[in-house]
Design a binder for this molecule. Structure first.
Ligand SMILES: *[C@@H]1O[C@H](CO)[C@@H](O)[C@H](O)[C@H]1NC(C)=O
Ligand SMILES: *[C@@H]1O[C@H](CO)[C@@H](O)[C@H](O)[C@H]1NC(C)=O
Length: 241
């Protein structure tokens, strides 16, 4: 009975062009209103500071601020000169959770928003690297919320380690020597670098191009300019030029 009624109503609409037109316009208006309200609501920071990955994805810097996730926290990295929309770190991590990528020094897009890992699977060096980055992002930028997906995770070990760590697990002095600053230099593949302090006279002073971060060793692969070879070096053995 219901079915017959529904069918006769829609048949009636089809037979009556004026009714069909006004129904479509009304429908369109409802859909537009729905999207408008939804957009307005979801691009606001939630009052309780609780984000999920989908909401975080809206803070990708295209129309508003750039937020990033690290160790369950959401940070506003808009003021960073090195994180811009659509390029480098911005392309990788704007509006995304970077916890796994930072721990493994990975610049692979698929390692952003990656949640199927445990802290226990990280090596000591990876935990140190994560602690260093956690410190960098939470000290330098305002924490604006937390990520629901990490509810129940215990980052206290990382947070504790962060008190004494600098990125890549370097000691404070090594860090200073490497970058000339307390601030970690964020390096990208393609960056031109100079080798230094490699304990190899033939390598020191050579210029190369950063290829990638080798997650297993925590070393950088650098292709030497003017030579058909590449070397693996520690973070403190290169400086960006
Ligand atoms: C994010 O940071 C930027 C730059 O510091 C600031 O202008 C903006 O108000 C912040 N936005 C939010 C929502 O915290
Ligand atoms: C940002 O990039 C500039 C220029 O490339 C560099 O000098 C600076 O150290 C970087 N800052 C951070 C925090 O990586």
């Amino acid at each position: 009975m219901d079915q017959v009624d529904a069918e006769s109503v829609s048949m009636g609409a089809v037979r009556n062009p004026a009714l069909l037109a006004s129904t479509s316009i009304l429908g369109l208006a409802v859909i537009l209103l729905f999207y408008f309200l939804r957009r307005k609501r979801t691009t606001k920071i939630p009052a309780d500071g609780l984000f999920d990955l989908q909401l975080l994805g809206r803070f990708n810097g295209v129309t508003g601020p750039i937020f990033m996730g690290v160790c369950g926290k959401v940070v506003n990295v808009s003021s960073s000169e090195n994180i811009t929309v659509g390029e480098g770190y911005g392309r990788l991590w704007a509006g995304k959770d970077a916890t796994f990528a930072l721990a493994t020094l990975s610049l692979k897009p698929e390692d952003a928003n990656k949640l199927d890992f445990t802290l226990a699977q990280f090596t000591e060096d990876q935990r140190k690297a994560l602690a260093g980055w956690y410190k960098h992002f939470t000290v330098k930028y305002p924490v604006v919320g937390r990520l629901r997906e990490y509810d129940g995770w215990d980052f206290s070990e990382i947070e504790k380690q962060a008190e004494k760590e600098t990125p890549f697990g370097l000691g404070k002095d090594e860090q200073k020597a490497a970058t000339g600053a307390d601030e970690p230099v964020l390096l990208r593949p393609g960056d031109k670098v100079k080798l230094q302090g490699t304990a190899d006279d033939k390598l020191d002073g050579k210029i190369g191009v950063l290829r990638k971060l080798d997650a297993a060793t925590g070393k950088f692969e650098v292709a030497l300019v003017d030579e058909d070879s590449s070397v693996l070096v520690k973070p403190n053995q290169i400086s960006k030029i």
